[in-house]
Every structure is written in structure tokens, then in C-alpha cells.
Design a protein around this ligand. Structure first.
Ligand code: BTN
Length: 246
């Protein structure tokens, strides 16, 4: 997939650029990385802070033949691929918070946004958006991110990250894991995710339509949902949303 990477300077969001390429028939593994995003998007309608030259702001086209209900598995797969690449290239001990935030030192270093495009009720293609805060310094963060965000530079003791090397490693890991997934199903990805998780074994709080609820994170179900155990020992899964570790 390395030779399917498009490097751009400033865009609103690489998600839109990758969508345009996908609509024009670009093959799987086609990726767009930009130096800067002026309208970077996060999950749940949030903005994604994407300053120039400081991060890896990248979107990749995937075309799996999957029922829509299984797309959360792709999100987890992308988290495993990026976590592996970060650990290999930088040595920063990143971990995954369900579903796919990468944390280091308890703060966020990477976010993943998986967007699906449907056709005739099925999945036409998916765009995996990856935002890695590589070389941001504390001054690069606006006030509202100071407490929650960190970077590989900060967590790696001030050593700047070679963004080209990390980009290549992310694409290689993603291609490898994706092919493994198409060949062997979710099980190998699930095991890797569980081994990299900072969520499992922790008490979790999350919001539902009924209000806040709590449980202990005990595993992933076969769709990629997070299994929570309540005090009575009952296990339920949550499929999407935001959790807090308490
Ligand atoms: C999140 O944690 O909320 C997900 C953040 C995803 C950010 C990436 S950066 C590349 C791609 N383009 C975007 O506009 N968003 C994703």
C-alpha cells in the first residue's frame, strides 16, 4: 500500500479527499496524508486539532465485503495496526482504550475515525481516518486539549518522530492485519487488541439513553463490542460510544 499514498499540503479533511478517490474507483489501500487539516474531524462531531507538519493526518480506503454490523471490527483492527507501528518505530508504550483511542501516559496520542459508505444496503467502502499526534509540543495544544492530549514527542522524552518512517510502518501493519482478517476472520485481531488494551480489567462508566451506567470491562464480543460485567455477574456488550475508565 506504500505506493498508493498521496501526500498533500493543506486540506480541510483527509477523509473527504480519500472519499473523492474512493468514489473515482481508487483501489483498496489508497491513502491520503496531509501536512495540515483546516477542518479535521473527530468522532461524535468533534474537531480534530491537526497543526501543520506536526502529525500524521491520514485516511485510507478499504473495500471489504462485510455486513455493516461488522464494521466495528475494522475500527479495532486499525487501532491494533497503529498501536503496533507506534511501539515498533518509537518505543512509546502505547495502549488502546476501547474502541480505538491510543493512549500513552494516560493521555491521547492518536484517534481513529472509521466512516462507512453504503450502497444498496451493503458496505460500498470504508475510510479509516488516523490522526497521530507525533511531534506536537505542549505549546501546540489549545487550552481545551492540554489535560487530555499528548504526543509521541512528549511521551518519547523529546525525541522527534520520523513521520515518513511511521507512516510506512502504519501502512505496512494495516495491510498485513487487514489481509490476515480477510483470511482468518476477527479472532487474531481480537486477541491482539485484548493484549494491547488498557481498558480490560478496569471499572468503566458510560452514558446510555437511560443515564450513566457502570461495569467491569471483561472482553470483546465477536462483533467488537465491549463486554461489561455488573456486580451481579451479568455480562452485557456496548457497541459504540464513549467510555470513561474509573
Ligand atoms: C477521534 O479520536 O475522535 C478520531 C480522530 C480522527 C482524526 C483523523 S486525522 C485524519 C482523518 N481526517 C479527519 O478529518 N479525521 C481523521
Amino acid at each position: 500500500w506504500q505506493d498508493r499514498l498521496h501526500l498533500l499540503d493543506s486540506v480541510v479533511s483527509t477523509q473527504e479527499e480519500a472519499k473523492k478517490l474512493a468514489e473515482a474507483g481508487a483501489p483498496e489501500g489508497t491513502a491520503v496524508r496531509a501536512e495540515e487539516q483546516t477542518g479535521g474531524r473527530g468522532r461524535m462531531g468533534r474537531k480534530w486539532h491537526s497543526p501543520k507538519g506536526k502529525g500524521i493526518w491520514m485516511s485510507i480506503v478499504l473495500r471489504p465485503d462485510l455486513p455493516l454490523a461488522l464494521t466495528p471490527q475494522l475500527t479495532l483492527l486499525a487501532g491494533v495496526a497503529v498501536c503496533t507501528a507506534i511501539r515498533e518505530v518509537t518505543g512509546v508504550p502505547a495502549g488502546i482504550k476501547w474502541p480505538n483511542d491510543l493512549l500513552a501516559g494516560g493521555r491521547k496520542i492518536c484517534g481513529i475515525l472509521l466512516e462507512s459508505c453504503l450502497r444498496e444496503g451493503g458496505l460500498h467502502y470504508a475510510i479509516a481516518g488516523i490522526g497521530i499526534s507525533a511531534n506536537l509540543t505542549p505549546e501546540d495544544y489549545p487550552d481545551y486539549l492540554q489535560e487530555v492530549g499528548t504526543s509521541l514527542l512528549i511521551e518519547g522524552g523529546g525525541i522527534p518522530v520520523d513521520r515518513e518512517q511511521l507512516t510506512r510502518a502504519v501502512l505496512a501493519e494495516l495491510e498485513y492485519l487487514y489481509c490476515l482478517y480477510l483470511d482468518q476472520g476477527f479472532q487474531p485481531v481480537k486477541e491482539l487488541w485484548e493484549s494491547m488494551s488498557v481498558t480490560l480489567g478496569r471499572q468503566i462508566s458510560f452514558r446510555t439513553a437511560q443515564g450513566r451506567s457502570e461495569g467491569k470491562a471483561v472482553g470483546l464480543d465477536e462483533n467488537g463490542g465491549l463486554q461489561l460485567q455488573d456486580e451481579a455477574g451479568n455480562i452485557t456488550s456496548i457497541l459504540s460510544g464513549e467510555i470513561e475508565m474509573i
